[in-house]
Design a protein around this ligand. Structure first.
Ligand code: 5GP
Ligand code: ZN
Length: 115
């Protein structure tokens, strides 16, 4: 746990969140500013700053992927969904505890905004 990390503090129960799924190694909770009808963040309990760090811990990476799949099923995203890891400045990452965005519940449009 990193005291200054927002998502570590959510894991510790110090900051409230609407938790929708939990395993020993992962936590999933609703995004505070949803960008789609369903917008859930799936995180490893262990602190990893970004997906590059998570990839170096294959067990945690697999657990996050399995939890994201479970969330998609639980949320009834039968029409499909996106699983997004924003990474680094170009990816627009704002919170540096890795999180998979599970977004869906309606057609999501083009993958990226037109440039
Ligand atoms: P990023 O840009 O790092 O990929 O995404 C960070 C996400 O965390 C954003 O979608 C933002 O709305 C969400 N977020 C930021 N602070 C909080 C919070 O305190 N609680 C919850 N549930 N989500 C948050
Ligand atoms: Zn953290």
């Amino acid at each position: 746990m990193e005291n200054t990390c927002l998502f570590c503090r959510i894991v510790a129960g110090e900051i409230p969140a609407t938790v929708v799924h939990r395993t020993e190694t992962t936590l999933a909770f609703r995004d505070i500013d949803p960008k789609a009808p369903t917008h859930v963040l799936v995180i490893p309990v262990a602190h990893h700053a970004d997906v590059l760090s998570l990839a170096a811990d294959p067990s945690a990476a697999a657990d996050v992927l399995a939890a994201a799949a479970a969330v998609a099923e639980q949320e009834g995203l039968t029409g499909g969904f996106r699983l997004i890891f924003n990474t680094g400045p170009h990816g627009g990452q704002e919170v540096f505890h890795v999180h998979a965005h599970v977004v869906g519940g309606a057609p999501l449009g083009p993958m990226l905004a037109a440039r």
